[in-house]
Design a protein around this ligand. Structure first.
Ligand code: SOE
Length: 389
């Protein structure tokens, strides 16, 4: 059994998801490689100490620079706000560490390219955190498309809808600060459906977009006294602060392969909690997936006899389905946290075997290019080419 020491930078929502996954990759996958939760890093000492205790880390530290240069660290896992991804990832790669980074990879495509160059130069394994690729139903969709079940792809339709900002009393946070997050639901949520679109359909060539901030001011956030990850906070209306990101962002896309795409991300879709839904229509069939029923994949085939044509709902829990062999008997469904287990199992397996994997920093760079092109299009009110800066 090969053990690899991990340094996790960041300790909030993603810190918790990653900690859980690191504990469970070897338990379920038995790939001959085991992550060791060595040190968790954060700037606020009492919070990172609490996270170390809660999530079972051997040590905690407050200075990521010192940690990424430690000789006993093999892997640096970045789960911090977007603004710090580039600096940490480049330092980690230059120190020879394998790097995992949460999405979106960077504030913009230029930063993403620098991260990719550093990782390639250092010859380390690099992976980007788009956990939804590791949902078994999505991996099955990929296989069905590769097997030609959809024929020529005509449409990709993706929405990612949440409602945690519907309440104007929900306070500001780093996710509502453009200087720290880069954008609002565009980089937070559209990045996920762009990743699924690139994975399942291919590269995007041109985009035209729109966005809007409906609630321009929110209660100022008080000193971060508690570990967060909870999306029901209440603020004080007597001290308001500007919101500098959009509440909603949508765009149309033309894929290089000829398909048409529509994308919509919002945090103001009342009643929608984590409603990430995609539908792909081709000349021979349709696939549809909604994360809120993540163990199911809908498939309609034009090749079925006409009298029994209709959507079939595939319960993706059979041994023959991607990832399921590591989990439970048929019908014993898996959940959100398990997508992170699948993701880290693939990451540590790639490190152990010395192979690459996707999504990597190249995918992150391409994703950031699409995000940037939409932003340019919103400013120019015109179609923009993804590669045409
Ligand atoms: C919040 O909008 C969030 O946690 C995103 O940051 C995640 O990437 C998404 O998967 C769930 O929602």
């Amino acid at each position: 059994m090969r053990e690899l020491n991990v340094a996790l930078i960041g300790y909030n929502f993603m810190g918790k998801a990653h900690s859980y996954a690191l504990d469970n990759t070897d338990f379920f996958f038995k790939n001959g490689v085991k992550p060791v939760k060595k040190v968790i890093v954060g700037r606020t000492e009492h919070l990172v100490k609490q996270a170390a205790d809660n999530f079972g880390w051997q040590e905690y530290a407050t200075d990521w620079r010192e940690v990424v240069n430690r000789g006993d660290i093999d892997v640096v896992d970045i789960a911090t706000p977007t603004i710090s991804h580039m600096e940490i990832a480049i330092a980690a790669a230059q120190a020879g560490k394998h790097v995992f980074c949460e999405k979106p990879l960077a504030m913009n495509a230029e930063e993403a390219k620098r991260m990719l160059d550093a990782a390639r130069q250092a010859k380390v394994v690099h992976m980007l955190g788009h956990n939804y690729r590791r949902v078994p139903a999505i991996a099955l969709a990929k296989k069905l498309i590769e097997d030609g079940r959809l024929g020529e792809i005509y449409h990709f339709r993706g929405v990612y809808l949440q409602d945690w900002l519907l309440d104007p009393n929900f306070p500001t946070s780093w996710k509502l600060d453009r200087k720290i997050a880069g954008s609002g639901p565009h980089g937070d949520l559209n990045a996920h459906i762009i990743d699924l679109a690139r994975y399942l359909v291919g590269e995007i060539d041109q985009v035209v977009g729109m966005d809007k901030t409906f609630i321009a001011q929110r209660p100022k956030v008080q000193v971060n006294e508690q570990l967060s990850g909870n999306l029901t906070a209440q603020g004080d209306q007597s001290q308001l602060q500007e919101v500098t990101v959009e509440d909603a962002a949508a765009f149309l896309a033309k894929f290089a392969g000829g398909a048409l795409g529509t994308f919509e991300a919002t945090r103001l879709a009342g009643g929608r909690k984590n409603h990430e839904r995609i539908e792909i229509n081709g000349s021979k069939g349709t696939l549809a997936f909604n994360f809120e029923a993540m163990n199911e994949l809908e498939f309609w085939s034009k090749e079925d006899p006409v009298e029994i044509q209709g959507f079939r709902k595939i319960l993706v829990t059979e041994d023959v389905h991607p990832y399921i062999g590591a989990w439970w008997p048929p019908g014993h469904i898996i959940g959100y946290e398990n997508t992170f287990v699948n993701q880290f199992a693939d990451f540590f397996n790639a490190i152990n075997k010395g192979t690459g994997l996707t999504p990597d920093f190249h995918d992150g760079w391409m994703n950031n290019k699409v995000l940037d092109a939409v932003t340019r299009s919103i400013a120019s009110s015109k179609w923009e080419r993804v590669d045409g800066e």
